[in-house]
Ligand binder design. Structure first.
Ligand code: BDR
Ligand code: CA
Length: 313
């Protein structure tokens, strides 16, 4: 497999943190060009801090971390402390980061990187609201054709919504940005709740992280311990859903996932269903497919991969 150059656009979040760690643990397959932070699970100052804490946990202070947009394009920011805790990264007791945020603004880093790297070589991995990506596309439409692929976590069809009855969090927070990205024409792979709710950290899987006996293994076990209480209470599920690591696992092992090429449109007008991903899973319209919408995962294969990779850090 040739090495993929990626930018992770993120709002950490415990599951974002595990996604970043999985990428950092996979240097043979993934070259992480930078981490761009966005407001989402918690406000921007915390997501930009949490991203650096995770890089330091992995002893990767060389990874550039950039702060981006602090609010959605056209709506007030909705956050998710009820899921992730006040810090966004409740669970482990990690030290304050010492590494500095880099310049420029995350949006300019995305634009500059896509313009300077060879065409079709950079994959964007958004695992938070799509504000930074849409702003980059709006400010510099020339970069859209240069994107190799966008692999994102967001949306839902069969699982419908987690932040409202109709909408998944990342898309609901900035539906206008999501509409811009889904209509951009760039190749898109989507990890919706339909698949991420099958990637559950059961007790044996949590034990496997803890048994690594490393600071990373312990922190991931503590993060997923904290994060699971919400889904256990709400859905009665067997553990925390690792939404965002599905994006990175897909880059490493696409064979673990299956889905359909379909049309996905974003609701931006109805308050009731704001941010709903209207996914034509059954192909009942003649709207052009614009995304590979993933529906299933080999969960055991995914956790084997994740645990084996985290052991390398
Ligand atoms: C998504 O929302 C956030 O809470 C998670 O980090 C994930 O990206 C799941 O709906
Ligand atoms: Ca996230």
């Amino acid at each position: 497999m040739s090495k993929r150059k990626i930018i992770i656009d993120t709002d950490p979040g415990q599951d974002d943190a595990v996604a970043i760690l999985l990428a950092l643990a996979s240097p043979d397959e993934i070259e992480l060009l930078g981490i761009t932070c966005v407001a989402g699970n918690v406000p921007l100052d915390l997501t930009a801090k949490n991203a650096r804490m995770i890089c330091e946990l992995a002893n990767r202070t060389d990874v550039p971390v950039f702060a981006g947009c602090d609010r959605p394009l056209g709506r007030n920011l909705v956050t998710a402390e009820h899921v992730h805790g006040r810090s966004g990264l409740d669970g482990p007791d990690l030290p304050e980061p010492v590494m500095e945020l880099r310049q420029p603004h995350a949006v300019d880093f995305i634009i500059d990187t896509l313009r300077s790297e060879s065409n079709g070589t950079v994959t964007l991995c958004p695992i938070g609201p799509l504000t930074n990506i849409a702003t980059a596309f709006n400010n510099a439409p020339d970069i859209i054709d240069k994107v190799h692929e966008i692999v994102l976590m967001g949306g839902a069809y069969f699982e419908v919504g987690n932040i409202t009855p109709a909408a998944e969090f990342n898309i609901h927070v900035d539906p206008h940005a999501a509409k811009c990205v889904f209509r951009s024409g760039a190749p898109i792979t989507v990890m919706p709740l339909d698949v991420t709710h099958k990637a559950l950290v059961t007790k044996p899987r949590n034990d496997a992280f803890r048994s690594l006996g490393t600071s990373v293994g312990t922190a991931v076990a503590q993060m997923t311990d904290f994060f699971e209480r919400y889904d256990r209470e709400k859905y009665g599920s067997a553990g925390a859903p690792l939404h965002d690591p599905c994006v990175i696992a897909y880059l490493l092992r696409p064979d673990l996932f299956s889905g359909r090429h379909i049309n996905v449109e974003i609701e931006t007008t109805s308050e009731l269903t704001m941010g709903m991903t209207v996914a034509d899973w059954w192909r009942v319209t003649d709207r052009e497919p614009n995304a590979y919408f993933v529906g299933d995962i080999d969960a055991d294969g995914f956790f084997d991969l994740l645990t084996e990779r985290l052991a390398r850090l």
